[in-house]
Design a protein around this ligand. Structure first.
Ligand code: ATP
Ligand code: MG
Length: 568
């Protein structure tokens, strides 16, 4: 059984965490001379997701709060999977979240010369050797968690021979896989990472930055700690799966103590796990490549490109990361926590508009045929300084289909035959008849209005009705494509155990409709957010909105409707 995900969290700003405590202590002890330098080190082999936002906010946030700096470093040691396209997208995502790396944009590949020189140094010190066994043979001798590994017959190969072979590996004399360079540590260590890990391999492949200069590439564990040290990082924050790699991180830097400027401290924290989503680059690639979503920035994906397009604001994401805090214990966060952060932000910042998503025609029988009048709708209910706008009324209007029930359920206070509701910002109307077509489908409803009840007048105060629905004048509407997005998966943990997440997709995660909108919305700019009254928060799609032809994405509904659904 999974722990129940965290669904509600304190609202206050989380000011401290165990990482900050370590930094405070270092500062008290004068360990780094008050210097705080962190880094966010993505591999440019895919798009960033909301999990990465945790690492970004943590690294940049800490640097900011301690008057330090945070580097953006591309860990680009795997050229077959990496591309400039990803580098560009990652830079864009980090900047979008509101962070600035200033002059500190780095690439591990900038250090290839130094990494190589250090490797020669390790060989010379008897701390590394060239291995002739194949990958399979290495694996067979590696031992298990309960039994030690076996020393390679090449472990004690003379230093000169290793050096010569390593130089020839670099010179391109051997095919891929012929040799590797291994650190000479301890084949019987209980920590598998310490059993003479491979630190260099041969790959005849073009690198997006260094071109064809190299045909040997350093491994992650060897590269990462040295890159941190070269950049004089003080606190190297990473996720818990690297805890077992920390002894290797420290071992490498201990061997190079005379060669690198400092020995950063690796500190691990729990990764973000979010319900109703998959969060590994590999699985996201599968979803994109199998066409199950519409590309990397599909608004249903948890990529940062996707959530941006969905309508998430950088502020809401930073708030979310702040709210969930940082700890060393793995936990699940319910996606509703993220959704709430967006609601809170947009509730403040999004102007209100009226949109009828699924229209039903309503004719006000006693309203004069060619009369039109102005109704005034506030742009924000709590911000009078945002003023009001005119929403015109005429005899024929559209309301939401859901706001009428021919046979009202118990507790239904909207329209039904004989019932009264207020048309928001206008009059009270009473349903007097229903038009149906030959098939029996409702085509229009007829109402009468009470001319003494216009909103904002004295008369309005005298009569109260329970229902209060939105509407748009048929003569005055514009049209827009609206994409009603919902969660991508029906299962809260689609990516756990032996579940096949591809079979757990929510078939209703995207519905595309043409809605009636206030005319001013026809000029919405890409990226503008609104609250469509009673319907949720929407954003004008960044990519598909064209002048005069907006496309709106539903970012989030006004309230969480999943709590109920998933507990049945
Ligand atoms: P994925 O596991 O999704 O493929 P990754 O860990 O391979 O991602 P990297 O480019 O190596 O991606 O990640 C860069 C940084 O982001 C690393 O320091 C990593 O620890 C951190 N990170 C990745 N996923 C999460 C997460 N879910 N929560 C917090 N930090 C994360
Ligand atoms: Mg990784």
């Amino acid at each position: 059984m999974k722990d129940k995900p965290v669904t509600s969290l304190p609202n206050e700003v989380v000011v401290s965490n165990f990482i900050r405590s370590i930094i405070d202590e270092d500062n008290r002890a004068g360990k780094w001379g008050q210097r705080v330098e962190t880094r966010f080190p993505p591999e440019p082999n895919g798009y960033l997701h909301i999990g990465h936002a945790k690492s970004i906010c943590l690294n940049f946030g800490i640097a900011h709060d301690y008057n330090g700096v945070c580097h953006l470093r591309f860990d680009d040691t795997n050229p077959e999977k990496e591309a400039q396209e990803y580098v560009d997208a990652i830079c864009e995502n980090v900047a979008w979240l509101g962070f600035d790396w200033g002059q500190n944009l780095h690439y591990s590949s900038d250090y290839f010369d130094q990494l190589y020189a250090f490797a020669e140094y390790l060989i010379a010190q008897g701390k590394a050797y060239v291995e002739s066994l194949s990958a399979d043979e290495i694996r067979e001798r590696r031992g298990t968690l309960t039994s030690p590994g076996q020393n390679s017959p090449y472990r004690d190969r003379p230093v000169d021979e290793s050096l010569d072979l390593f130089r020839r590996m670099k010179a391109g004399e051997f095919p891929d896989g012929k040799y590797v360079l291994r650190a000479k540590i301890d084949m019987s260590s209980p920590n598998m990472n310490m059993r003479d890990p491979v630190i260099y391999r041969i790959r005849h492949i073009h690198h997006q930055r260094t071109g064809d200069k190299w045909c040997i590439y350093p491994m992650y564990d060897y590269t990462h700690c040295i890159s941190d040290a070269i950049e004089r990082i003080t606190h190297s924050l990473c996720t818990l799966e690297f805890e077992d790699h920390r002894p290797l991180y420290d071992w490498v830097l201990d061997q190079l103590v005379d060669n690198v400027p400092c020995h950063p401290q690796q500190i691990e924290f729990a990764r973000l796990n979010l319900t109703y989503t998959v969060m590994s680059k590999r699985k996201m690639i599968e979803l994109v490549e199998s066409g199950l979503v519409d590309g990397w920035d599909d608004p249903r994906l948890s990529t940062l490109a996707g959530v941006r397009r969905r309508g998430y604001t950088p502020k809401s994401i930073r708030q979310f990361i702040e709210r969930i805090g940082v700890s060393k214990a793995d936990s699940w966060i319910d996606v509703s926590v993220l959704e709430d952060c967006l609601r809170e932000d947009l509730n403040e910042s999004a102007p209100r508009r009226v949109v009828v998503l699924k229209p039903l025609k309503l004719i006000i029988d006693n309203y004069p045929e060619d009369q039109e009048e102005d109704c005034f709708a506030p742009n924000h209910p709590k911000k009078p300084e945002w003023e009001s706008r005119i929403v015109p009324l005429s005899k024929t209007i559209y309301i939401e289909r859901d706001d009428f029930m021919e046979e009202p359920a118990k507790g239904y206070f909207r329209l039904s035959p004989g019932a009264e509701v207020r048309l928001r910002y206008a009059y009270i109307v009473k349903c007097v008849a229903v038009d149906k077509n030959a098939a029996g489908d409702i085509e229009a409803i007829h109402c009468t209005y009470d001319a003494d009840t216009k909103s904002g007048t004295e008369g309005a105060k005298k009569r109260k009705v329970k229902g209060n629905i939105h509407w748009l004048s048929a003569k005055h509407v514009g049209q827009a494509e609206v994409r009603l997005y919902d969660r991508l998966f029906v299962d809260p943990y689609p990516d756990t155990g032996d579940k096949d997440y591809k079979t757990l997709l929510n078939p209703e995660s995207k519905e595309v409709i043409v809605a009636y909108v206030e005319q001013s919305l026809s000029h919405a700019e890409p990226g503008q957010s609104f609250q469509f009254e009673r319907n949720g928060y929407f954003i004008a799609d960044h990519t598909d909105t064209k002048p005069g032809k907006p496309v709106f994405n539903r970012a989030v509904t006004l309230r969480d409707s999943w709590e109920k659904i998933t507990s049945v």
